[in-house]
Design a protein around this ligand. Sequence first.
Ligand code: PCA
Length: 208
Amino acid sequence: MKKILLSGFEPFGNLDTNPTTAIISRAEDWDIEGINLETMILPVVYNECASRLIEKIELFKPDIVLSLGVAVGRSAITPERIGINIQDTAGEGKTGDNRGDQPRDRFINDGGPDGLFSTLPVRGIAELLVSEGIPAQISNTAGTYICNNTLYSVLDYINRENLDTKAGFIHVPASPDMVRKQPQMPSMAIDIQEKAIKHILEFLSKND
Ligand code: PCA
């Protein structure tokens, strides 16, 4: 039995919803053979996103931590290859986090490594989804906002604690309801996003 911790995020900025909140609420009803699944929603707050996840890791002691976030503008499911040691709201989080924190060029861990690679099989995840007919691609940047912060901090924690836990991050596209007033923006139905994440968990539970 593999213990998997799956996290999503609350909405942020000018978004009313976050597809990862919907995926998490659907995941609460999943019953996948061989997986003991815990789910949680994280706050879009620099100083809290990772600490809340780490508290749960300490309690649940998962084999695998998979965090989900939305990347508005992307058209595919994108496993992130690396988290970098920077907090900067110049990009996707221009208005700052949900508490108004607007860091520029701030280290997540002063003196920590510049970057940390995901320990999930990002190539295998992308290939699996493509073979299932779902658009997917490795992403080489998770940005410098909350999602990158979560990925970096969890990997940094796992390294410092010398844990065997594997961890990674997946960005999903916007859901159609989020872009109904911007029809030129890419989106992916929640049903397909849900299917993708379910396939990934099944794959991870069998992969060592
Ligand atoms: N996406 C944002 C933060 C929360 C989310 O779902 C990001 O890409 O950093």
